[in-house]
Design a protein around this ligand. Sequence first.
Ligand SMILES: Cc1cc2nc3c(=O)[nH]c(=O)nc-3n(C[C@H](O)[C@H](O)[C@H](O)COP(=O)(O)OP(=O)(O)OC[C@H]3O[C@@H](n4cnc5c(N)ncnc54)[C@H](O)[C@@H]3O)c2cc1C
Length: 382
Amino acid sequence: MSRKRVVIAGLGDAGVLAAIRLARWADVVGISAKPGLVSGQELGIRLARPQEWARDYWIPFDRFRRLDGVRTIQARLTGVDLDRRRVFCEGDDGSPLTEEFDALVISTGVSNGFWRRPTLQSADEVGAELRAAHDRLAAAGSVIIVGGGAAAVSSALNLATTWPEKKVDLYFPAERALVGYHPRIWNRIRARLADRGVGIHPGHRAVMPDGFLCDEVTSEPVHWSSGQPPSCAAAVLWAIGRVRPNTDWLPPELLDERGFVRVTSNLRVPGHPSLFAVGDVAATDPQRSSARNRGDALVARNVRAGFSGRRLRPYKAPARRWGSLVGAQPDGLEVFLPSGHSFRFPRWAVDKVVMPGIVRWGMYHGVRENDPFGPFDRVLRS
Ligand SMILES: Cc1cc2nc3c(=O)[nH]c(=O)nc-3n(C[C@H](O)[C@H](O)[C@H](O)COP(=O)(O)OP(=O)(O)OC[C@H]3O[C@@H](n4cnc5c(N)ncnc54)[C@H](O)[C@@H]3O)c2cc1C
């Protein structure tokens, strides 16, 4: 089989991993609005300890050894011609670009809050944004976090751990937070939040200011449609899971009613054998969970199987969410399983085994050391 050309649209968490796998046998072109991986993971650590976060979750593409053979283009995707198998994009100077493909993997993710936006950004701009959000929260004596999902809970715990003197309050509408997870997980995390003095406020449904997209930290009082008096803090972090799929560049016929890319169980777009989707943008299951459940490996395998006429494999979503939830803490990394049970790596194992061995080698197949003078590392030094 001659080498095929695969375009990966969006080089975030899922796209980078898919590109790494596909690069072994295909000519891969990766198109991304960012100049490197700016991961969607671990919001709490990103806000509270951006230097620590950047070391593991903000990685220039040229540091991934397996991306050496991949051509990465920093541009904004603007359209696709399905018949002629081409994608269109625009560089930061507005210049148009066209890339042809034999297969297209759509992995443009979602927009969420101020921390996940598909804007074209230089490394300096990414760094400035990371720093600004951190500084804003560092300067606030009190913080309200609105939301009951992983991003909200992780932010509450990490802010309270990093700044024990800060008043941190978490408000969410249901009786418990982390609704998509096993109840045991919330019980455990609630105890840790309480230990760190986080105020926990179930049964609070926030009134959304008109036209507000939750994409900035605010300081106005928060009003509750659930009847309680308004709450005030110096900074309000909105993490209410109001995600918007980054699909405005795709024709509506590929999308479901909420704008996510429709896929079969094989991660293929129905009626379009050369199109696949993976990650948060792919309508695989109600949680759209393929990014964190090895969808990258499956999509890479199925793209290849599609070319060689082999049978494609199905994606099986776990019934419940799982993951580290609050990321690595000073006392180690706890990973919660769908069953609600957890196991913990001590901090030394996170630094010496998990990150260098399991993540950088096992998952990414080699990540080069930082260039201490590169623009990506300015944020680490500041
Ligand atoms: C190994 C792994 C472990 C994980 N563990 C957890 C966990 O413990 N807990 C948890 O909750 N979640 C976890 N996640 C999931 C994670 O939170 C998100 O699901 C993941 O970040 C989504 O990845 P994505 O590639 O779909 O989207 P993104 O990482 O957001 O990537 C999308 C990319 O496309 C770009 N883009 C968008 N539109 C355009 C455009 N028009 N033009 C050009 N570029 C564009 C964006 O800028 C971005 O770079 C994990 C994910 C992975 C891979």
